[in-house]
Design a protein around this ligand. Structure first.
Ligand SMILES: [Zn+2]
Length: 659
């Protein structure tokens, strides 16, 4: 969430309202104008909920399609454990408490205890988590088939339906927030929360078939349509300076469901020119912008492209992705420091206590998934894996509590929220994340299954009869095994991602026989085979140590082992339970240590900037993968960052062996 506003929430700081921007028509060129117009033509007239029989609009064919979550199931592993912790957390939140502020706003009596944190009755963001809750429950239902979580979420939808006003407005706070928005007065982020609830309703429809949720969503969108239509374009762009989540994405999703062009136009109306115009021109103007405010807008752009075929939106999404992943991410794949983007390639100068907001990681994964569908390139899942293994795995504690930031200041520690009194934005995106860990493991096209991630899981491609089982203890072991439990009804290749870090080659066996494959890093290797039930494919992916340098200070380095970012263990000094679990963390803290240093005494290995200053040592039960620094001076122990939950750590070190 917006830094000034979160700080305001905690510390009473001021809200920054930007300056007005100039309105430009959506299409930026004659070609784009024609394409945009073509995208808008041919849509059926206004359709009401009663006529929801249109096939979803799909102007753009995905080049690779993700399997439905109902076709992929997680098998026992730490990934499944994370999903189960999430499931427990979702069940632990009573509907009456979740609905408290909605009922109060609608004038419906309630004797429930309100929740705390950002769901407290005096917090201007209240209600946001309830939207995330519906999305999480819907995703969990799709991922597991759990009927009880659907029933619980259906009940919550029914409660919220009673709170919806006749004009469609549904929120946990009154419309006076929107009056303040209209007058450009200080208010947190009304459309941000509106989007969460809207998206929750859409997810309940799309993943659980709850038609009532769709009716609610359409009425909500109608209210947003009427509100947003009442502004002059330049005044509306000024409104869009205030965080509004993925209102464009949700609107395009409603257009896809209903074919009603009103919702397509609403999606276009939520286009924030100040952010999109430079991206369309491939300019990196992210410095000084709030990170997580803007990533959902770009997800809306790629969704808009998928639904309308507007090429400008594809360009915006691709440019944004390249700019962020080339110039604004840490070795973990996380982005933002103090919630903001900074100068391109500023890494060593941005190792802050409030780095890597978890919502950014969640949203960058979502964007990667869409972009892969439009151009199946390993770069998207190399990045996806980096984020998933380092700042998604490891940001949920042993009890299912979730994080806000992943600090990069040496000597700091992870802080997890509490069950009923945090509800940060990242609690919401985290609840969704761990409900959909089966998502994106596999994609397919007409000829092949793409294996993108090494996560124990079962794929059931019903249309083709293929049942594929992936078992592995990766990353603690390097072998991944695929078993054909049911053969496909037609020739189907397996395309397996060779990660960027697999520089020592990949070994492949089919039914025990070695196979020579073309498996360069950052490619997919293709297995064409006449698959029979019982076929077994083993793949060994040797993991090696490699070093990531900060582009702005080559002495500042992090060590990785395969996809895993390693962190220096820095002990438990001064840490208390209330520091690890709290409603705020060390995010404004001056606490911390200097960067740990590495001094190599081996002249040969000191020669280059990428001198290997870390080596693997024997692991333990708690840390099967363990490492230590080499050379003079103090020897540091390193373990994967994702396993550090309650200890001080540093991801980066200073390698004094680099000139
Ligand atoms: Zn967040």
């Amino acid at each position: 969430m917006d830094q000034n506003l979160t700080r305001r929430h905690f510390l009473g700081g001021a809200v920054a309202i930007g300056t007005a921007t100039i309105f430009l028509p959506t299409p930026a060129s004659a070609t784009q104008a024609a394409a945009s117009q073509a995208a808008r033509d041919g849509s059926p007239p206004d359709s009401a909920i009663a006529t929801l029989t249109h096939a979803p609009v799909a102007k753009v064919q995905w080049k690779a399609v993700p399997f439905a979550m109902t076709e992929v199931r997680l098998l026992p592993s730490f990934w499944k454990d994370m999903m189960e912790l999430d499931r427990s957390y979702l069940y632990s939140l009573p509907n009456d408490r979740l609905a408290y502020n909605f009922r109060v706003t609608a004038g419906i009596p309630t004797d429930a205890d309100p929740l705390g944190g950002w769901e407290a009755p005096d917090c201007e963001l209240r209600g946001h988590y309830v939207g995330h809750y519906l999305s999480s429950a819907a995703l969990l239902h799709a991922s597991t088939g759990d009927g009880s979580i659907k029933a619980k979420a259906d009940d919550l939808v029914a409660i919220l339906a009673q709170c919806q006003a006749a004009d469609g407005y549904l929120s946990a706070y009154p419309t006076t927030f929107y009056d303040r928005l209209r007058k450009h007065e200080k208010v947190w982020a009304p459309f941000y929360t509106y989007h969460k609830v809207l998206a929750g309703m859409i997810d309940m429809y799309e993943h659980t078939g709850n038609k009532h949720a769709l009716e609610i969503a359409l009425k909500m969108a109608d209210w947003a349509d009427a509100y947003s239509r009442s502004f002059a374009p330049d005044d509306w762009q000024r409104v869009l300076l205030t965080e509004h989540g993925g209102m464009n994405e949700a609107s395009f999703n409603l257009y896809a469901i209903t074919s009603n062009p009103k919702y397509r136009d609403l999606g276009y109306r939520f286009e924030h020119k100040k952010i999109f115009d430079p991206l369309a021109a491939n300019e990196d103007r992210l410095d000084g912008n709030h990170a997580n405010t803007n990533i959902p807008k770009v997800i809306g752009a790629i969704r808009g492209y998928e639904i309308t075929g507007d090429p400008r939106y594809l360009t915006i999404a691709q440019n944004f992705y390249r700019i962020v992943t080339d110039h604004h991410v840490y070795c973990t794949g996380g982005t933002s420091n103090g919630e903001m983007w900074h100068k391109a390639d500023a890494i060593a100068t941005q190792l802050g206590p409030a780095a890597e907001e978890c919502c950014c990681s969640y949203n960058m994964l979502k964007l990667s998934r869409h972009l892969f569908g439009q151009g199946p390139d390993t770069k998207y899942f190399d990045y996806y894996e980096r984020v998933l293994f380092n700042v998604r795995y490891g940001t949920q504690d042993r009890n299912g509590m979730l994080m806000y930031y992943v600090s990069l200041k040496p000597g700091l520690y992870k802080t997890f929220g509490t069950q009923f009194d945090s509800f940060w934005c990242c609690t919401g995106t985290g609840s969704e994340e761990y409900a959909k860990l089966n998502d994106s493991v596999y994609f397919h096209d007409a000829d092949a299954v793409y294996v993108n991630l090494f996560i124990p899981s079962k794929l059931d491609w019903k249309e083709r009869g293929l049942q594929l089982r992936q078992t592995t203890k990766f990353p603690n072991e390097e072998r991944v095994t695929f078993t054909i439990d049911a053969a496909p009804s037609m020739p189907t290749a397996l395309k397996v991602r060779v990660p960027y870090w697999a520089t020592q080659g990949v070994t492949v066996n089919i039914n025990g026989k070695p196979l020579t494959v073309d498996a360069a890093p950052s490619t997919y290797f293709t297995l064409n085979h006449d698959w029979k039930e019982g076929d077994v494919i083993t793949i060994d992916l040797p993991m090696t140590l490699h070093i990531e340098q900060a582009p702005d200070d080559k002495q500042v380095q992090a060590a990785m082992y395969g996809p895993l970012v390693l962190a220096v263990r820095q002990g438990f000094e001064g840490l208390t339970n209330s520091m690890i679990y709290g409603d705020s963390g060390p995010w404004e803290s001056d606490e911390g240590y200097p960067l740990p240093t590495v001094k190599l005494h081996d002249a040969a290995s000191k020669s280059g900037a990428d001198a290997m200053w870390v080596e693997r040592v024997e692991g333990s039960r708690d840390y099967p993968l363990q490492f230590r620094t080499k050379g003079q001076g103090p020897i540091h122990t390193l373990v994967p960052l994702n396993l550090i939950l309650d200890e001080r750590y540093s991801v980066y070190v200073r390698n004094e062996g680099v000139a």
